[in-house]
Every structure is written in structure tokens, then in C-alpha cells.
Write a protein that binds this ligand. Structure first.
Ligand code: N01
Length: 542
């Protein structure tokens, strides 16, 4: 098999390559590194001006990862592990972006990417067995493989509220934050959205804004992050122990080093349960999930923890009416992404911070001067949208991806995203997704998933080269079996019992259902390993 295509045809704009990589976030960067190592020719396309993916775009005040940086970092390079020193347990966006930049410089990844360029179409040419990828720069790239490292959260969603275009003040979108400093001092600022993003913004902007109005529709549960600086001794200890830490992370459910347990909630007497909940609250982070084993499965256990957290909200927030409105009800804790905060609930004790309960007083419209709810108009100088994303599938349905016989991915996915292992899709040969729908995506450490997926792809490409194979595609039955596994696991959990982006509830007209593998990272990795054994029996090759 000749895997070498010419990178550039004569003087034309058609470039014939082994692969096109879409996206220069952590997934695309790692794909570029590995594909180059294999000696393949490829071009990376990235809409942003530089590397970093979500961390390039999400520059909003307070943006921070809710995974500890000892987990949320590449494991493939012992050199980079030793060279890079994190300053905090949970790194902020500027530090994570600096890390992405460091890796890109260190490994000379930038020359592989065309930044500021968006893919506008990807079409499989059945006759020539290549992907034809078009961009908004007018380029057409031809490649044997198309690697979609487009991320589960890259298509931000504006709220469906009339009048958004009429607002005369300053409008900010969390996921398209300006690169310059934004000054909210003394201003009347509104925030719509109280998911992970909104919560991080509120606790930060509250320190600065003249008046801050938080437009909350569904309250989220948030727990203390208890972030600390990494003192030099501890940072050095981490560096000494990286191999063990990584091994533990890769054997875990979350792809990160966390306490875990096999102890069900009701296996303990009440007093002990309460003590453990207190301890988990004091420890912070995602400690609850490592304290009891059945919080995502047992509704009664889940409700006890939810009630405990509601109690904490009541203790922190001084105004009883505000505290009551902040208490999430009607869905299980952890079924929406559990947030970690540094001072979110405390912010509401400040006189300049106002909760607008949009369950009680729904937003009617956005006006030139602010936001009109059923309670009246709130005048604003600035409005921040933290209203989420068309998650998991949005990036691959935003432009036409056409597989065999011109079939579009968005048509195939009309009734719900189908894929095999979250890696590939029947009818779309040689298309590979990193962190795709029906994999663990948002439920585990995305950097670990990226590394796992890319390494798996590289093994597959080596296998194809050895066996002189030109195309891969999942067998339709194998894809169905995987979807069955995803469905069966999701029915055991409480994850789909909340209206979230996990189930597509935030996008009008989107097929509903959990398109995430809920079996945990280690089990997913095992599925990937087994799938590769004995010549990839679930794949069809030509
Ligand atoms: O988005 P979301 P996000 N009127 O979809 C509200 C990751 N992340 O960007 O729920 C009023 O969770 C909506 O209300 P409702 C993480 O995986 C990680 O915050 O539809 N409100 C909701 O409150 C996370 O899960 C980190 O009732 C409207 C909010 O907008 C994922 O990104 C940080 C509305 C959207 O919440 C997405 O989080 C940030 C309307 N018309 C993000 N429309 C960390 O690592 C929408 N909303 C810490």
C-alpha cells in the first residue's frame, strides 16, 4: 500500500495527503504528533487562531478546569511531564492554554496546522477512496483519512430568546470571549446560564461588577473546588510519581487519580453516612463520587446526597428566598455535570449580586436596554451568555459530512448519533472521531480519551499498512451492538434523568437520548483494546 500521497499537486490548491486532522485542541495536537511520528503526510485545519481548542476560545473570567492538572495533562511524554510545572491543583484557562502552547512549541506542531480556517465540507469519494475536505479559505484537501478532533463542546449555542440582536449594551459569549481585558467595574452586568460556565463567571464577575444579575433557569449543584497552589515539594513529588499516577488514572473510571470505593450508600449507618458526606464536602472536588459507589445508580442514595448539598446551600446563602431558589430540585445530583466552585453560593451574600429566578419569572425578551422577565425589566450595560453548546454532535453536523453514496452524517444522526466505540461510523469509511459521541467524552478525562483514541487509530493504520488495506468502516451489526451496550449501560444510571446537553435536551429538534458511554474510562479502554484484537473483527476492510 502506498500511504504516501503528494502533499501538494503542482501549482493547484488540491493537496493529496494521507490524512486531514480537523481541530488543534488537545486531541488534534496529539494526532498531529503521532501521525508525524508514523511518517504520514497530513494537514491540520483549525478555526481558532492558534492551538488549544476550548481553552483557546473560553477566555472568560474564572475559566478553570474541574479536573486536577495532574490528570488533565498529556501522559505520553515523560520529558514534558518533567519540564512543565503546574502552579495550582486545578489550573485556570491561561495556564492550560500556556501548557498547550508549550507542547505545540516543544513538539513543533504549529507548522502542521492552518489556523483561522474552518472546514466547510468533507465528502468521501467512493471511486477514488479519499476524503475531499473543503475549507472557508477556498482550499480543497484530498486525503485517505479524515480525523475529526473537533471536540464535544465546540459549537456554542445562543439562547432561544427573542430580541438578542436588539441589545444595545456589550454582549459577550463565554465561548467566544474577546482576547482583550474586559472591564466590568461599576457596570450592570447580566449572566444567562448557570451551568459549569455560568457558575465560574458569576463568582468572578461578582467581585467586580457594580450590579450582577444572574438569570437562572435550572439551578446546578455545585461543590467546593478547594483549589490550592501546588507547593514546590508536592509538585516535585508528582513529577517523581508520574508513571504510577498515570497507571492509576488509566485503570480508573474517570481517567484520573481519584479516590474510589465499592461502598454503597445505605451499607452504612446514618451517622456514619452523614460524617462521610461532611468529609466529602470538606475535601471538595468530586469527593462524593469516591465516597459512595451507587450515587449514579440508586435514586434514594442520590437524593440523600442532593438533600445534604441543599442543606449546605441553605447554610451558606443568607437570604432564605435566594437560598431556596438556588437549591436544585427535580433531577438527580450528578445527572447534570457537577460543578466545582470557589465562591459561587457566597457571591449571593454580596449586596451587588441578584438572583433572577427564571423558573418563577421566565425571560420574555431581550430589549435594547436589558432583559425583560415576567417580573419586569432589568437594565444592563453588559450581557454575558453562558448558554452552553450543541454538544457531542454539533461540530460534525455543522457542515456537510458525506459518506458512501453521498449520505450525510446529519441525516444518519437525525434519530440520534450512532457510532462504533465513539470512534467511527458505518457508511463513512476512513473517518475517525477523537472523543466522539457514544464514547465516554465528558464523563472522563478528555486528555486521556484523546491519547487512547489516537494511539488506537495509529495501531489500526499500522495494521492496514501491514495488510495492504485501503479502507476501514465499522460493520453495521457491530455498530448496533455498541449502541445497545451504550443504551443498556445508560439505563442503569441516573445520567439521563436530567434535561442537559448530555441528552440533547438543550437543542430544539435534536434527537433525545444519552449518547455517552457510562461504563467508565477503564472499561471503555478495555473495549477498545479487545476491538483491536484478532484483526479488528468488527471492522470491514477493503
Ligand atoms: O453549558 P450548560 P455550560 N434561558 O449546557 C441556560 C463543560 N465545562 O457551558 O439548564 C435561560 O451546562 C441553561 O439553563 P437550563 C462541562 O462539561 C467544564 O455551562 O436549560 N437559561 C443552563 O443553565 C459542562 O457540562 C468546565 O434550564 C438558558 C446554561 O444555560 C459543559 O462544558 C467549565 C437558556 C447552559 O449550561 C457545558 O457547560 C465550563 C434560556 N433561553 C464548561 N438557554 C470546567 O471544567 C440556556 N440556558 C469547570
Amino acid at each position: 500500500m502506498d500511504t504516501r500521497m503528494n502533499e501538494r499537486d503542482d501549482a493547484g490548491t488540491t493537496h493529496r495527503l494521507d490524512a486531514v486532522v480537523v481541530g488543534a485542541g488537545f486531541g488534534g495536537m496529539y494526532a498531529a504528533y503521532r501521525l508525524r511520528e508514523m511518517g504520514l503526510s497530513f494537514v491540520g485545519i483549525e478555526a481558532g487562531g492558534d492551538v488549544g481548542g476550548v481553552w483557546y476560545w473560553n477566555r472568560y473570567p474564572g475559566a478553570r478546569c474541574d479536573l486536577m492538572c495532574v490528570d488533565y495533562s498529556y501522559s505520553f511524554s515523560p520529558e514534558i511531564e518533567q519540564e512543565w510545572t503546574w502552579s495550582e491543583q486545578f489550573a485556570g484557562q491561561p495556564e492550560i492554554l500556556a501548557y498547550a502552547n508549550y507542547v505545540a512549541d516543544r513538539l513543533h506542531l504549529r507548522p502542521h496546522f492552518r489556523f483561522g480556517t474552518r472546514v466547510t465540507a468533507a465528502t468521501w469519494d467512493d471511486h477514488r477512496r479519499i476524503w475531499v475536505v473543503e475549507t472557508d479559505a477556498g482550499d480543497t484537501l484530498e486525503a485517505r483519512y479524515c480525523v475529526m478532533a473537533t471536540g464535544p463542546l465546540s459549537i456554542p449555542k445562543d439562547p432561544e430568546i427573542t430580541g438578542l440582536d436588539r441589545f444595545a449594551g456589550d454582549l459577550y459569549r463565554a465561548a467566544k470571549w474577546p482576547h482583550h481585558e474586559v472591564d466590568f467595574a461599576g457596570k450592570r452586568v447580566g449572566v444567562i446560564g448557570t451551568g459549569s460556565t455560568g457558575i465560574q463567571i458569576v463568582q468572578e464577575v461578582a467581585k467586580e461588577a457594580g450590579e450582577l444579575y444572574v438569570f437562572q433557569r435550572t439551578p446546578s449543584f455545585t461543590m467546593p473546588m478547594r483549589n490550592d497552589p501546588l507547593d514546590p515539594e508536592y509538585a516535585a513529588e508528582i513529577k517523581r510519581n508520574y508513571p504510577g499516577l498515570r497507571a492509576a488514572a488509566w485503570a480508573s473510571n474517570l481517567g484520573g487519580v481519584r479516590p474510589s470505593t465499592t461502598r454503597p450508600f445505605f451499607s452504612l449507618p446514618r451517622a456514619q453516612r452523614e460524617q462521610l458526606m461532611e468529609d466529602a464536602w470538606k475535601m471538595g472536588g468530586h469527593a462524593f463520587l469516591g465516597t459512595f459507589s451507587d450515587l449514579l445508580f440508586n435514586p434514594e442514595a442520590n437524593e440523600q446526597v442532593a438533600e445534604f448539598v441543599r442543606g449546605k446551600i441553605g447554610e451558606i446563602v443568607e437570604d432564605p428566598e435566594t437560598a431556596e431558589a438556588l437549591k436544585p430540585r427535580g433531577y438527580p445530583i450528578f445527572a447534570r455535570r457537577p460543578c466545582l466552585d470557589t465562591s459561587y453560593y457566597q457571591s449571593f451574600n454580596q449586596p451587588n449580586v441578584h438572583l433572577v429566578d427564571c423558573l418563577k419569572y421566565p425571560i420574555r425578551r431581550i430589549t435594547e436596554a436589558g432583559i425583560e422577565t415576567e417580573q419586569g425589566e432589568v437594565a444592563l450595560d453588559a450581557l454575558i451568555l453562558a448558554t452552553g453548546y450543541d454538544g457531542l454532535t454539533g461540530a460534525l453536523t455543522a457542515f456537510p459530512v458525506k459518506g458512501r453514496h453521498g449520505r450525510e452524517l446529519r441525516d444518519k444522526w437525525k434519530g440520534g448519533a450512532h457510532s462504533w466505540l465513539g470512534l467511527m461510523v458505518e457508511g463513512f469509511p476512513n473517518l475517525f472521531m477523537i472523543c466522539g459521541a457514544n464514547g465516554p467524552a465528558a464523563l472522563a478525562n478528555i486528555i486521556s480519551i484523546n491519547e487512547l483514541n489516537v494511539d488506537w487509530l495509529c495501531d489500526l493504520l499500522r495494521y492496514m499498512e501491514r495488510n495492504d488495506l485501503a479502507t476501514f468502516e465499522p460493520d453495521p451489526d457491530a455498530e448496533e451492538r455498541w449502541m445497545e451496550e451504550v443504551r443498556a449501560l445508560s439505563e442503569r444510571t441516573l445520567m439521563s434523568k436530567a434535561q442537559t446537553w448530555y441528552v440533547g435536551a438543550n437543542v430544539a429538534g435534536k434527537a433525545q437520548g444519552l449518547t455517552l458511554f457510562t461504563g467508565g474510562f477503564a472499561k471503555y479502554a478495555e473495549h477498545c483494546r479487545v476491538a483491536a484484537q484478532n484483526g479488528y473483527p468488527d471492522l470491514m476492510f477493503e
